[in-house]
Write a protein that binds this ligand. Structure first.
Ligand SMILES: [Fe+2]
Ligand SMILES: [Fe+2]
Length: 467
């Protein structure tokens, strides 16, 4: 039998291939060789899995696909196809496809025909479901709504998500180029960061929300982008100009570039580092300087990046590394970026086996460090920005409802919007958003946060709800 891990690896290809056959079938007729080849490939991918699992359910929940309840991770290279498939499923109200036994190419051909034509029906899901009744190896299920959202807000979320993934994808490209010794310039990086700065100025909380989703295959790239977003958002609160914010975002994006020299076996190690491994880890500030000095078109920003790469682990009280003989004033960017870096590092799971810290736990730990390792004034701004209850915090309300902080309100730090996922009766029902600033006729708040809880303990996957 295939292990869950294997299902997981092949799963990405299944989603991708399903998107490919739907795209192909939409432009060619069913007998076309492009369609038949793609369908055959899909069947070859599916059948071994169906055989080993007995039955296979491919389900859409929120913005994610699941195969037999194992969530399929987002993969950057397949992102456009994932997104395409999500939209096509949603258009038809289709929530799942169940493969009940070994499938034949002809079954998939029927599915494709029905799937494509159903979009013209007034009740697409019902049409699809009826027309599939003749195929015994497959059936379809209706889409469950994860939450209700105004269309407008949904569009903004999509926009924010797109620009976030775009930044990650760019970062991956540039890091790999630098790694392979290619000469790169930072002109394009500047454009990517400018886009993010604009979004932060308009949709700060939504973009901060993206940084709360820490569940990705590729930690390094997401970490770089997260640190950049958190730094720019903090800089914005300090009143820095757009030009400076762009520079800060750029510098932040490259703070860990020195890690390209650290072997992957060490970088992705699931257990604690040995002393020898720490010696290597602690060299990444030096290596960062070296990589940045080699950039094409060396300028003041590259210089600033090199300074920050060198200083970002030194700490406010110089208790970190590298050690220097004399103390000096740390670069202002370094102080901002090390806050963002610590917060994102603590709340992320670098490797699958490592459990990330909950946001409020990370903040309280950082609070202890404010004044020693961290700049105390900047930390005040930081905690004000993240909110008393950061996006993604699992909270219990006085109504016994359990939910995730969905959006913070600058005016009412302790009264964010909460996405309730477990209702007052303790049931995992359809989720809904509540606004904690809402009051009843008598002027009393309808709901108040009683305490925060650890989402990992409840096996709650933030990405499923926040993306
Ligand atoms: Fe670092
Ligand atoms: Fe870092």
């Amino acid at each position: 039998m295939a292990s869950k891990e294997e299902v997981f690896t092949g799963a990405k290809d299944i989603i991708n291939q399903l998107a490919v056959i739907i795209r192909t079938a939409a432009i060619h007729d069913s007998g076309n060789v492009a369609v038949t080849t793609a369908v055959d490939k899909f069947v070859v991918l599916m059948n071994p899995l169906i055989a080993s699992e007995g039955e296979l359910t491919l389900e859409l929940g929120g913005e994610f696909f699941y195969i037999n309840e194992t969530r399929i991770r987002y993969s950057l290279e397949y992102l456009p196809n994932f997104d395409f498939l999500i939209r096509e499923f949603k258009k038809r109200g289709l929530g799942s496809i169940v493969f009940k036994g070994i499938i034949k190419s002809v079954d998939m051909q029927t599915f494709l025909k029905v799937f494509i034509s159903s979009v013209f029906s007034e009740t697409p899901f019902e049409t699809l479901s009826e027309d599939m009744a003749g195929v015994s190896s497959m059936s379809v299920g209706k889409l469950r709504k994860v939450r209700d959202e105004a269309e407008g807000e949904f569009d903004i979320r999509r926009e924010v998500k797109k620009s976030y993934f775009n930044a990650v994808s760019y970062t991956r490209g540039v890091i790999n180029k630098i790694k392979s010794g290619e000469k790169v310039g930072i002109k394009k990086a500047k454009r990517v960061v400018e886009g993010m700065v604009d979004l932060i100025l308009e949709e700060e909380q939504l973009l901060l929300g993206m940084t709360a989703i820490k569940d990705y295959d590729e930690y390094t790239y997401h970490h770089s982008v997260n640190v950049s977003i958190l730094s720019v958002a903090l800089g914005q609160r300090l009143g820095l100009s757009k030009k400076i914010l762009t520079e800060l975002g750029l510098v932040a994006l490259f703070h860990d570039i020195g890690k390209i020299e650290i072997p992957n076996e060490i970088l992705n190690k699931p257990t604690n580092f040995t002393d020898d491994e720490w010696v290597i880890m602690k060299k990444h500030p030096f290596w960062g300087v070296r990589a940045l000095l080699k950039l094409r078109g060396f300028d003041a920003t590259s210089m600033r990046s090199a300074i920050v790469a060198f200083e970002h682990h030194m700490n406010y009280d110089f208790s970190g590394y590298p050690k220097t003989r004399k103390r000096f004033e740390l670069d202002f960017y370094s102080k901002i970026i090390s806050l963002a870096d610590q917060y994102d590092g603590m709340t992320s799971s670098r490797v699958y086996s490592r459990i990330p810290m909950s946001p409020d736990r990370a903040l309280s730990l950082m609070m202890e460090r404010a004044g020693t390792q961290l700049d105390p004034i900047l930390f005040k701004f930081f905690i004000n920005m993240i909110g008393v209850f950061p996006v993604g915090t699992l909270v219990m309300l006085d109504t016994k409802e359990l939910g995730l902080v969905y959006q913070s309100e600058a005016m009412f730090l302790d009264r964010p919007k909460v996405l309730v996922i477990i209702n007052g009766k303790g049931e995992k029902a359809e989720s809904y958003i509540v606004d904690l600033t809402e009051k009843d006729a008598g002027g009393n708040f309808l709901r108040t946060i009683v305490k925060t809880m650890d989402p990992n303990k409840y096996k709650i996957n933030l990405a499923e709800y926040l993306l």
